[in-house]
Design a binder for this molecule. Sequence first.
Ligand code: MG
Ligand code: MG
Length: 282
Amino acid sequence: MSREDYTAKTNAQILLMREAGLITEAALNAVRAAIKPGVSTLELDKIADDTIRKMGAHSNFQLVEGYVHTICSSVNDEIVHGIPRADRVLAAGDIISIDCGAEINEWNGDSAFSMVVPGGSDDELVAARQQLSDVTEGSLWVGIAALAKAEHLNEVGTAIEEFILEKGEEHGREYGILEDYIGHGIGRHMHEEPPVFNYKTRHKGPKVQPGLVVAIEPMVTGGSDKVKVLKDGWTVSSKDGSDAAHWEHTVAVHEGGIWVLTATDGGKAGLAPFGIVPTPIV
Ligand code: MG
Ligand code: MG
């Protein structure tokens, strides 16, 4: 399959993906509620796994060869693919991103959020980390809003990059947009064509048409976009040690409009500032 192609999903298939999306959201909500100083990332992993199993689904991260966990938990200068560990204990003021996915009825969901661990005493550091997370989350919604109106998929990356550069100027600080890791199509497999860039590209990308379902996932550092993979073979960290944030949603384009499958409200709150109303499939 060329990178311009993708397997379009029917409305019935998108409804099945919605189920996987909401289970993914439930797992992330359970983890979010448990994040506090003193908790280990392995404990968070168990919370996500228990939630997904109780809802009759299973972790799709565990289907990735060589990976045995349900979440990726990336702390501070770790950007993505951090491995949950019993000895990775969260401290107040840490910034952590949690990435998770569920599969049910052979359809997949994939979503991620970042947050600052409550109770941090270094106000300046906490504020800078919160701002980084907010900019990354904001860029995700800018990207989703762009998808709602896009003719071609790569308009998403252009919108994300422009937003982040603008925020960098506004905040007088540097933000690095990862180029080595990007979003993706999603469906029967967690990772499918087409690629979803978080930055401007020379190519327009595939035409945005009903049936396109993608995971949009900006990964942003508070410094350079250069990364290194740690000795564990998984964890992607910033080369310059700067903090990082990661936000992700699974989003469907259908005849009636756009629908965020990994959010209970379908993206209503996140898209409201753009004057876009998500449309459920009924
Ligand atoms: Mg993910
Ligand atoms: Mg993903």
